[in-house]
Design a protein around this ligand. Structure first.
Ligand SMILES: C[S@@+](CC[C@H](N)C(=O)[O-])C[C@H]1O[C@@H](n2cnc3c(N)ncnc32)[C@H](O)[C@@H]1O
Length: 288
């Protein structure tokens, strides 16, 4: 894992930190090198992120819900509600890579209907079981398993949505550009795609690099989060307009440690520095 490892390679990756044109140029070159390295490695090893994720998250589905992930889901739901004017009588939502539905169930009181989609059967089962346990009709909320999006009318049975969300999952996707295109096609005219994931700022890079020293590296295709520029480019190529990519919320190491379930971040929370994990929010509208 030489390209992404800690030590000198990790420090080189985090350089340079100042903002400006040179910074953006170097980040773009580094990202291109990263994608090429990734492609070559995958070709060589035959690694398939989609399969690795489906297996990993199926196994983890029943124990996924923790206090820490519930808190992060609440912050994601709050960010999403600031972007789109939810109407309980009309708003239909697609939650792509929804996991067990922590964000979906937060948004449900403000939504007419939510369809969750995930590639891990275990997640789909936990999501639907929770809806059943809460006595909510499947018309209102349910989850379906989809192995991969085709980017045509066959996705999600051709249904269209007012809001498509994808939270804490882009870093798992081998081809986020393809997925952005496919998700944009699931939007009604004037509908909005909202993506939340790890930003590529310095504190977040440090935490993610330390986390990588632990397990689960085989499920993470984009190990350095995403820049605003990368997100904007993907949204543009999907034909979206009124695009925004900005910092959403952050959570410090000390606060993370105060929640049950912080062990998920392993070594990332070691050390005395109280750096934060920073999330971006990117959103764009489908043309009418
Ligand atoms: C970190 S979890 C996030 C779950 C949920 N969005 C949340 O914020 O709690 C990532 C989810 O993405 C799903 N996933 C990963 N790759 C996927 C793919 N190619 N297609 C659909 N789902 C995928 C995983 O199964 C997992 O449920």
């Amino acid at each position: 894992m030489g390209w992404a490892g800690p030590g000198w390679a990790g420090r080189l990756w985090a350089w340079p930190s100042p903002s400006g044109a040179l910074y953006r140029l170097i980040r773009r070159v580094k990202h291109t090198i990263f994608l090429l390295t990734l492609a070559m490695t995958e070709k060589h090893t035959g690694h398939n992120y989609a399969t690795a994720n489906a297996e990993h998250f199926s196994e983890r589905a029943r124990s996924y819900r923790t206090e820490l992930l519930e808190e992060l889901a609440r912050r994601c739901a709050t960010s999403i509600q600031k972007i789109y004017p939810f109407d309980v009588n009309t708003t239909e939502v697609l939650d792509f890579a929804c996991g067990p539905g922590l964000v979906a169930f937060e948004l449900l009181p403000y939504t007419k209907r939510i369809v969750g989609v995930d590639s891990a059967q275990g997640m789909v089962d936990v999501f639907n079981h929770d809806a059943q346990k809460k006595n909510i009709s499947l018309d209102k909320i349910h989850c379906v398993k989809i192995d991969s999006l085709k980017g045509d009318q066959s996705d999600v049975d051709g249904q269209l949505f007012d809001v498509v969300i994808c939270v804490q999952a882009y870093h798992h996707f081998e081809d986020p550009t393809h997925i952005t295109n496919a998700l944009a096609q699931r939007l009604k005219p004037k509908g909005r795609l909202i993506v939340i994931d790890f930003a590529d700022d310095e504190g977040t890079q440090t935490i993610l690099t330390r986390k990588r020293e632990g397990a689960h590296i085989h499920t993470v295709a984009h190990k350095h989060g995403f820049s605003f520029e990368q997100m904007t480019d993907m949204f543009k190529s999907a034909g979206l307009q009124d695009i925004h990519a900005e910092y959403g919320f952050k959570i410090s190491k000390s606060e993370m440690k105060s929640y049950q379930g912080h062990e998920l971040f392993g070594k990332a929370l070691d050390g005395d520095d109280d750096i934060s994990l920073q999330y971006f929010v990117a959103h764009g509208e489908k043309q009418s």
